[in-house]
Ligand binder design. Structure first.
Ligand SMILES: [Zn+2]
Length: 257
């Protein structure tokens, strides 16, 4: 198991769940995750110029997630152990929020990493695209897909019946940040969707430490990168073993390990 002392899986079903564990994480110095002993995967280099050794495959679908057909067809379904185990954990943890509709996952990495023609990153097994959770115009959950959302959270690509579900997407962010299998390096999303998520969290009186963590991890795309108005781009940090193998991340204030 990873080294970070998150009790989330054990606390499932209790009132004190992931929000509390997020607070625990915030109080700790930034330290890389220790890979599980049976984990052989290594993320080498940078996500924009790297490779994946002994990666793990994410099955095309699980109880609470499904990978988009395009991604499966192209074989972009590989990642480090931390990413694969973490995605399964996130989807399971979100079961109640998903209400029977699978979490829609997009591209991870090719089997050995390296160049992926449709993206400038995803090369080292630490990236994955996640479709936002959606509601209809009456606020009812509907299956999510890669719609492009405008500043009001309305689908520009498919029409006003389809909305970015701020409340459920905030829960998605919360769960990703609390995942015990990986440390989030960044979660990229369009700036106005980021603003609406953070505004919602404050409105709900989310713990300031949690909001602060989300402010640091939720980042708008930088120049030259797509707007990300149709998906979250999750990049996880290098594990201890990855770092020893030459993994490069951009985590600030890394403590010695
Ligand atoms: Zn992406």
């Amino acid at each position: 198991m990873p080294r970070r002392p998150f009790p989330c899986p054990l606390a499932r079903g209790l009132l004190l769940t992931c929000a509390v564990t997020v607070l625990a994480a915030v109080a700790m110095p930034t330290a890389p995750v220790q890979a599980a002993p049976q984990c052989l995967s290594r993320s080498i280099g940078a996500p924009t110029h790297g490779r994946l050794v002994a990666g793990r495959r994410l099955p095309s679908w699980g109880t609470h997630y499904a990978i988009q057909p395009f991604t499966v067809r192209n074989g972009y379904v590989w990642g480090t152990c931390e990413l694969i185990d973490g995605l399964r954990w996130v989807a399971d943890e979100l079961a109640g929020t998903l209400q029977g509709r699978p979490l829609a996952l997009g591209n991870l990495s090719p089997r050995k990493g390296g160049e992926m023609p449709i993206s400038s990153s995803h090369e080292s097994g630490r990236d994955v695209d996640v479709a936002p959770l959606m509601a209809d115009d009456l606020g009812r959950p509907i299956p999510s897909y890669y719609h492009h959302f405008d500043r009001d959270g309305i689908s520009r690509s498919h029409g006003p019946r389809f909305r970015f579900d701020v409340a459920r997407n905030w829960r998605l962010v919360e769960v990703i940040l609390a995942c015990p299998h990986f440390e989030v390096e960044k979660l990229v999303i369009a700036p106005y969707l980021r603003d609406s998520l953070l505004a919602y969290a404050r409105q709900q009186n989310a713990a300031p430490e949690l909001v602060g963590l989300a402010e640091r991890k939720l980042v708008p795309p930088w120049p030259g990168v797509k707007l990300h108005d149709n998906h979250f781009h999750l990049r996880i940090a290098c594990s201890v073993a990855d770092l020893a193998a030459g993994c490069q991340d951009s985590m600030p204030q890394r403590v010695a390990f």
